[in-house]
Design a protein around this ligand. Structure first.
Ligand SMILES: CC(C)(COP(=O)(O)OP(=O)(O)OC[C@H]1O[C@@H](n2cnc3c(N)ncnc32)[C@H](O)[C@@H]1OP(=O)(O)O)[C@@H](O)C(=O)NCCC(=O)NCCS
Length: 172
């Protein structure tokens, strides 16, 4: 059922949106040095983040923006890439999702954070019109911190998007 406009939706715990994805890095995913391609990591970030957003909104979602992504450590062919995604906060129709990327070496058992990103998804109906999403209930201290900080990140990204689109509009 699509949530109707104006209806106040019941909050959902952040933990209910959690999504984990694992994949072995195969030669086709890597560059000539045998390290996973940045574009492949970004693709997987988008998929893992979208699953968390779907779980929260229980609707179609589209990606509205991706904050900066750094690649701090390489993930090598034969290692496992593990992604953990969770909705940090929902606004009216949009949700911020934090995606963390780890590399896991199945021989040594070493697990290390390699990247993290905040991705914004917008819940939409079949005509790709934005629709309201339930508020996030933050329960743990960590969830509350991420929830609090999400507001400043949203203000920053919307201001940046407005400046970028304004500049692009002037050039066109
Ligand atoms: C995302 C999209 C649905 C927003 O549509 P819109 O006409 O700008 O709708 P609105 O102005 O009502 O904004 C809807 C929500 O998107 C958010 N939003 C819009 N642009 C955003 C951006 N650059 N970054 C983060 N959030 C953004 C708004 O803040 C709003 O959130 P809120 O309701 O929680 O306050 C529309 O831009 C779109 O369809 N984009 C293409 C999505 C897509 O195809 N993604 C795949 C990769 S190309």
């Amino acid at each position: 059922m699509t949530p109707s406009k104006g209806r106040r939706l019941k909050g959902k715990p952040a933990a209910e949106s959690r999504a984990d994805m694992l994949q072995v890095v195969l030669p086709n995913d890597t560059n000539l040095l045998g390290n996973i391609l940045g574009g492949t990591v970004m693709h997987l970030i988008d998929i893992a983040g979208a699953i968390a957003a779907h779980r929260h909104a229980r609707s179609y979602v589209v990606t509205a923006s991706v904050d900066s992504v750094d690649f701090v450590h390489p993930i090598r062919v034969g290692q496992v890439i593990r992604l953990h995604a969770e909705v940090t906060r929902a606004f009216r129709t949009s949700m911020e999702v934090e995606v963390k990327v780890y590399r896991e070496d199945y021989i040594t058992g070493e697990c290390r954070l390699t990247s993290s990103a905040f991705v914004t998804y917008v819940a939409v109906d079949e005509q790709v019109r934005p629709i309201p999403v339930p508020p996030v209930i933050a329960r743990t201290a960590e969830e509350k911190r991420r929830y609090r900080e999400a507001l400043a990140r949203r203000r920053h990204r919307l201001a940046l998007a407005a400046r970028t689109h304004h500049r692009a509009g002037r050039k066109a």
